[in-house]
Design a protein around this ligand. Sequence first.
Ligand code: TXA
Ligand code: MG
Length: 345
Amino acid sequence: MVGSQIQIFGTDDASLNKAAKLLKSGELVAFPTETVYGLGALATDERAVLKVFEAKGRPSDNPLIVTVSSVEMVEKFVGPINSSGKALMDAFWPGSLTLILPIATSCLPNVVSAGLKTVAVRMPDNAVTRKLIELVGQPIVGPSANISGRPSPTKAEHVESDFRYRIAGVIDDGTTPVGIESTIVDVSDEDNITVLRPGDIREEQIAQVVGPLSHGPVDTEKPKAPGMKYRHYAPLVPVVAKNGGVEDFLPYLEVDYPLAIAVPSTIYRALEDDIADHMNMDRELVLYDLGEDVKDFQHRLYGILRDVDETPAKELILYVPLESDETAGYLNRALKASSSFEDGL
Ligand code: TXA
Ligand code: MG
């Protein structure tokens, strides 16, 4: 069904009031967070929640995150919070940490958590969105505001291009600072706390609050964050993940088809210097600067994954660092976007 064109809201009070009104009447409005933009709907309204699944093309067995503006709101909707959950909220909220908690007495429709006995909750580090939720007076569901399988949106323009006629509005608060989705920690069993999805908040930081985490055998039949089993974050252009230094990327300047290369600043500068020597080639090369460190890589990744589809490139060579606690979030997203991985020499 084709609806009317998406409304772009500012972050002023009048705009937030309009957006809150739309949400209260069961419409979908995308909102900014520090990680990526979320697709908002009134969490207490089953019909509104079902519209989110439909608009995203999201399988109904993939539960949504409930986005709140206060800890009291969590208790009101899903019951008492266990002590590990409380400690993590104290340490990291508002912030890019989603907690999976057991549902005690939920007044949310079952579709929100896809029938599970647990629920994902998050309080974003974005004052505009917390204010929006206060105006609504109820929690809102907030999956990433992308069509399922596409890279998550880090700008209002990304939301617009995925949902132009399918949702009522988006609140434009510029580019999201973190750039990849929140770290998800399952605290539903306090003796068995696990990271379900790595993000900007690192495992070591979490362990400092709740002690060492479990790394139980991975049950591939039933992933604990149902969303992690689906292909994600991928542009249409095939992505090759590659680790290495300048010398490992230089050979790509020689290939004879349109290519995109995304590399850290140091490698970027070296390749740029070298490009002058390869100007005799009559094909297009798109070079992306991933930035200086892994925070920059996270911040820029999804923008690059979307931009590359607008270029003539037939392939994206994407730099990946070696695995560590610090690189886990970026690496997870980069490898999910990739069709193959080439190790450095
Ligand atoms: O940073 C973020 O978390 C963004 C912003 C918008 O808040 N949201 C986000 O939502 O990434 P989404 O729906 O794209 O990813 C949520 C993930 C999915 O993989 C889902 O399967 C998992 O959380 N999840 C939700 N409820 C769960 C539950 N009860 N148990 C296990 N995993 C759950
Ligand atoms: Mg998502």
